[in-house]
Design a protein around this ligand. Structure first.
Ligand SMILES: Cc1ncc(COP(=O)(O)O)c(C=O)c1O
Length: 411
């Protein structure tokens, strides 16, 4: 059998069915080699320039994954003070961490400044307060909202005028006024237009805006182009042409740097591109339930473990790992949560029996990191397949975890 045909039953020769037997289901499993390969693809595509990559930790914050990514030489992009701490705990140096908060209390910003991470400012009142507090003593980056509507789903489009993210590029005069009033040291400019952007022209539009705006900020050290690189979720699905993007962006960036008068660093913050395809949610079939319209496959997991399909209609390929060669039948694949929690409708899957193990693909990004205890369900274990061995990198929760912060008062 070819390596491709075996995948994903076997990852680096490790049999996922055996892993399920050993650790139980449901289970998140990650392929370390795939993460390393994706990072290498990024490095190869942008090999000509001054590119730096900061992994968007929100996609997957497990310490072992963060350590693996740090080992590949990447920095970290974080969105909460807790993610700052997780990053430091995983060994990232403060100067390798970019903190892009949104609507957080100023005390979080102060804590992050004290920890020494790069601060990205995404609203005008915050810029004012930052200037009042720190003047020119602490550098900061400014997140612009480019006014571009793009991305796979409205809920993951972050660069349009109705989005809460960033400072509208139309309010540049006010930004400049505040910067000059407090002599703020602006060391970077940033945009992140959204996730799942396939059209290279969209990235280029954002880049042009950044280049134009950058000419007004003489102390810059980097331009952060955010992310949005799409990976394929379906067979024949569209994805970001990274190589084309790198080539076009690099050309424009070189011209920009000449006009700017000195070379700057080019930053990116990919999350999904690095970990999405490396991750699998494995679950057992609790029930096969025929109804007059459709046959349901009911799994021992639900939207509490993978919310993307219900949250923004995300498509995840689903396969029968136990019996991949059976005759295809049409199913709706659902979870055990007392809400509608459909993982996939009208899916043709090799005939399923109770007890079979089902694999939900592309579950590495925004899978476990968005998991919850809804319905008082336990969050699953996480396994990293690294150098041909399955490592437990997070234990499955237990009832004590559900109760540990609760206080039952005397009534
Ligand atoms: C500021 C910021 N940077 C980077 C990312 C990562 O995006 P993606 O997972 O599409 O690469 C996100 C995700 O929403 C984000 O909000």
């Amino acid at each position: 059998m070819s390596e491709q045909a075996k995948y994903p039953r076997f990852i680096q020769e490790v049999d996922l069915l055996e892993v399920c037997q050993q650790f139980g289901t449901p289970l998140y499993v990650y392929d370390a080699q795939k993460i390393i390969d994706q990072i290498q693809r990024l490095k190869n595509a942008f090999s000509r320039g001054q590119a730096k990559f900061k992994f968007a930790a929100k996609a997957l914050t497990n310490q072992s994954i963060l350590k693996l990514i740090r080992k590949q030489g990447l920095g970290l992009d974080v969105v909460s003070i807790q993610e700052v701490h997780l990053g430091l705990q995983a060994g990232f140096k403060p100067q390798e961490i970019m903190y892009t908060p949104n609507c957080v209390a100023f005390t979080e910003i102060q804590e992050a400044v004290e920890l020494g991470v790069t601060i990205n400012i995404d609203n005008l009142p915050l810029l004012d307060r930052f200037g009042q507090t720190y003047g020119s003593s602490v550098p900061c980056c400014i997140r612009l909202n480019p006014g571009i509507l793009a991305g796979g789903n409205f809920k993951i489009s972050t660069g349009h005028h109705r989005s809460k993210f960033g400072i509208s590029a139309l309010r540049l005069e006010e930004v400049l006024h505040t910067v000059s009033r407090y002599q703020i040291f602006v060391n970077g400019l940033h945009i992140h237009t959204g996730s799942d952007i396939t059209d290279v022209d969209v990235f280029m539009m954002g880049a042009e805006l950044l280049f134009k705006t950058a000419m007004k900020f003489p102390q810059l050290q980097f331009i952060d182009f955010g992310s949005g690189f799409k990976v394929p979720y379906k067979p024949d699905d569209a994805f970001t042409d990274l190589e084309q993007l790198a080539q076009r962006l690099q050309e424009k960036f070189d011209i920009f740097c000449q006009e700017y008068g000195r070379p700057l660093e080019m930053w990116f913050e990919p999350g999904k591109f690095i970990v999405s395809e490396a991750g699998f949610l494995l679950a057992s079939v609790n029930v096969v339930k025929p109804t007059p319209d459709i046959t349901f496959i009911g799994l021992d997991t639900g939207l509490n473990h993978l919310i993307r399909p219900m949250m923004y209609d995300a498509y995840h390929k689903i396969i029968n790992l136990s019996r991949p060669d059976g005759e295809k039948q049409r199913y709706d694949v659902v979870g055990y949560i007392c809400e509608t929690d459909t993982f996939g409708s009208d899916r043709d899957i090799a005939q399923v029996h109770e007890g079979d193990v089902i694999a939900i693909l592309n579950a590495g990004a925004y899978g476990f990191s968005m998991a919850s205890n809804y319905n008082s369900r336990l969050r699953p274990a996480e396994i990293l397949i690294y150098e041909g061995k399955a490592h437990l990198i997070r234990k499955k929760e237990n009832l004590e975890d559900l109760l540990k912060n609760q206080i039952a008062i005397e009534l």
